[in-house]
Write a protein that binds this ligand. Sequence first.
Ligand SMILES: Cc1cc2nc3c(=O)[nH]c(=O)nc-3n(C[C@H](O)[C@H](O)[C@H](O)COP(=O)(O)OP(=O)(O)OC[C@H]3O[C@@H](n4cnc5c(N)ncnc54)[C@H](O)[C@@H]3O)c2cc1C
Length: 391
Amino acid sequence: MAVQSAIVVGAGVAGLTAALSLAETGTQVTVLEQSAQMSEVGAGLQISANGARVLDKLGVLPLLTCDWLQPECVTLASGATLADLTSIPLGRAGATRWGAPYGVLHRSTLQNALLRKVDENPRISLKLATRIESPSKEALEAEAGTRANLFVGADGVWSKMRSLVEGAGEARFSGFVAWRFVIPEKDAPTFIPRNRVTAFTGPDAHVVCYPLREVGAINLVAISAGEDPGAAWSISPTEEERRAFVTRALSGWSRQLCDLLLSAPQPTWWPLFGVSDGHWTDSRDLVLIGDAAHAMLPFAAQGAVMAIEDAYDLAAMVSSIPVGAALVRYEAMRRARVAKVRARGDFNRFAYHARGPVRIARDAVFAVSPASRLAAKLDWIYGYQAGVQPA
Ligand SMILES: Cc1cc2nc3c(=O)[nH]c(=O)nc-3n(C[C@H](O)[C@H](O)[C@H](O)COP(=O)(O)OP(=O)(O)OC[C@H]3O[C@@H](n4cnc5c(N)ncnc54)[C@H](O)[C@@H]3O)c2cc1C
């Protein structure tokens, strides 16, 4: 009963994982991607166990584990003093607990691994330099050169495919901006741990850093409130803008950390957009996945991992029941999951950016909470089994 032919728009994490997942169920897949060549995008990515489990099922994980770093833990630290506040064990303990590893890597490492598996798969055809401007199902079939009984919009936060779904959400500026830096590991100061993910926290801002082992670098992302830049995605800030950001967002922070952000080469400024609540399917044969459906802020580091789960859950659903009914069920199931993950991100934002008495209470809770209890609170996220449908 599997879908015979599918057209996927977008060859990001969502689109490539969807192509592999659908092909595994016997579907012929054509992926339409606007870029002429798949160049590396962005910087670092954390892939938690719930995403790694899917990548393993698709044969992608072995291409990553030789390159990526499995952090020993994720540590919350004070942005003012650099002192550790609490840690959640990852590494071997996490892999045992959640049944799959947690890794950090450069985005291009994941993208190249997905592309390799796509290239090897005779059921998948990838058409580059194919931008879909005004989508209709007929136009997509004409571009793909084939008829399809499933259309998948995996074209990111600025999705054009959303126009085919009545009542779909829209991209909205979140009020936050991210500053991204990659610095050679040899130039990084010693207060940046080389074996873990560290989130330095402070009032209204936080800085996440972790090593990108395969490129010998440290990935740094600073997030704070910022102004609406319009529909821009990533921008290179001037020296003056960078100084203004550090002065405003990191006032009272450790001088060492501020100096690092002031001196790091070539920062990129990413206004953070989310997608408002709305429908993801037309209940017939078209569905949005990944950021096109539900772009979220990176406070729980789950956007790409949700795209991976979406892809695998979608393929499992359309291979077991008729496509229209499958899409309705898919949307209901994934909506509940994504909403819960988004809420966890909101909680992290509240905890990371706490100030005054809230911060004092937070630190007191951290001080008495055993690491195992903190890890247990993440079981429902990292232990998720994509492709296994609830009864
Ligand atoms: C600062 C920051 C840090 C993050 N950290 C993490 C993290 O640690 N872990 C995590 O899981 N997530 C993280 N995320 C989120 C993650 O980056 C995204 O959720 C994920 O990349 C979304 O993948 P996607 O495939 O849905 O969309 P995209 O990556 O945007 O891919 C969309 C694809 O569609 C193509 N496309 C777009 N429009 C068209 C068109 N009209 N026609 C044809 N092709 C088109 C694009 O070229 C692109 O290839 C982070 C995000 C940010 C901003």
